[in-house]
Design a protein around this ligand. Sequence first.
Ligand code: SF4
Length: 204
Amino acid sequence: MDQVITITMKNLEKNNMKTFFVGTKEEALAKILDSIPENATIGFGGSKTLKQIGVFAALEKKKYELLDWGMANSGEEAAEIRKQSLFADVYLSSSNAVTQDGKLVNMDGTGNRVSAITFGPKKVIIVAGKNKIVENEERAVERIRNVAAPATAKHFGKKTPCVITGKCMDCSSTDRICCTKVVHSWQKMPGRINVILVAENLGY
Ligand code: SF4
């Protein structure tokens, strides 16, 4: 395991988050499936990483109740599923950035993901590729504004200036996707947040 991952895991553990290291996305999927109890209700944060891992297809084959707002037929239904996800047994997501000093840094447009990671679901499982690891909170915000958010905005066909420039222009667009920044540092409930770090690049 490389030193950066070792240090990151040590500091996440110091902040009461449980950590796991896997080499590949296939191993990440196996770890996720292994960590979810039978008949659990599962909520999701929007995540390219989860899609790349193949989480949705794998979970559909099991006895889980999936609260997948991505399958909603309307904006109202998606909003309702996002709310229900706050009561899920397990919440699956990635993180925009994971800092070497043991923090998860995320910026949301709607706020459902940062809310659920913070409070509600009994267990949170975060999966992050090694590309998400940065030195500290400042670097995390840079990463979000100049890497993650422009790529995500482009993927969803948003009309934000970063889609054109490739970097944050601190916009006031109605399509803005980074509106609420939340930093998860020391956790009151030890082991509620589980972080699976993968030795591959995943997501934006
Ligand atoms: S604030 Fe606007 S321009 Fe900056 S990254 Fe977010 S969506 Fe893009």
